[in-house]
Design a protein around this ligand. Structure first.
Ligand SMILES: N[C@@H](CCC(=O)N[C@@H](CS)C(=O)NCC(=O)O)C(=O)O
Length: 215
């Protein structure tokens, strides 16, 4: 029996977790949850994750883990080989901060349910949703670029020469940025790191277009 990953190809939280699982070398069964059709709100799925969000990771013993960042931390605790976080406490805090800038400051306010809400309640439309996402991405990508460019701890990847937690968040967010036509020209360091990540099979194989439920 293997790990079961309830997820959706275009979901960035799913992409970040797929990349983390791939980095760990852990195989999983891909179980698609079709977000546009509302499959995440079906009782079949809310029995698995009452929050009705993807991803959820079902372990061999039936335990269900939710929240991608919590799952990534669990991965490091349960499968310490090929760590996603560095060992040194200050370095760990740096990597968590970089990843959480994306995962906690950008993702939640650009999630499907938020975009659906601003469209239905305020008539945002496609251009309004695009402007909204662009605004919130730039609000955090500007300081993120500054932090990456200004630190000698930044290497080929967000932290040194080993891709991990922050890179998983960054790589996944870049697919959303492309989808919402975010201008990446102000962010040369982020673009360089993204290009390096895209060369790695662990990341490229996690990309939305490579998943079995991709449109
Ligand atoms: N903080 C959660 C967020 C999970 C989440 O919001 N996932 C999105 C897809 S990226 C989702 O299921 N959205 C459904 C919706 O917004 O209705 C995590 O990191 O796992």
């Amino acid at each position: 029996m293997t790990l079961k990953l309830h997820n959706y190809f275009r979901s960035s939280t799913s992409t970040r977790l797929r990349a983390a699982l791939n980095l760990k070398g852990l195989a999983y069964e891909y179980l698609g949850v079709h977000l546009p059709k509302g499959a995440h709100r079906d009782p079949d799925y809310t029995e698995i994750n009452p929050q009705g969000l993807v991803p959820a990771l079902e372990l061999e013993d039936g335990t269900v883990l939710t929240q991608s960042l919590a799952i990534m931390e669990w991965l490091d605790e349960a499968h310490p080989a090929r760590p996603l976080l560095p060992a040194e406490p200050k370095a760990r805090a740096r990597v968590r901060a970089l990843g959480q800038m994306i995962a906690l400051e950008i993702h939640p306010i650009n999630n499907l349910r938020v975009l659906t809400y601003i469209d239905a309640t305020f008539g945002a439309g496609d251009s309004g949703k695009r402007a909204w996402v662009n605004h919130w991405v730039h609000t955090t990508f500007a300081p993120l670029e500054q932090m990456l460019a200004g630190s000698d701890q930044t290497g080929t990847y967000c932290h040194g020469e080993t891709p991990g937690y922050a890179d998983c968040c960054l790589y996944a967010q870049m697919w959303n940025n492309a989808r919402f036509e975010v201008d990446m020209s102000p962010y040369p360091v982020i673009r360089r790191i993204h290009a390096a990540l895209d060369e790695l099979p662990a990341f490229a194989d996690a990309a939305p277009g490579r998943q079995p439920d991709a449109l």
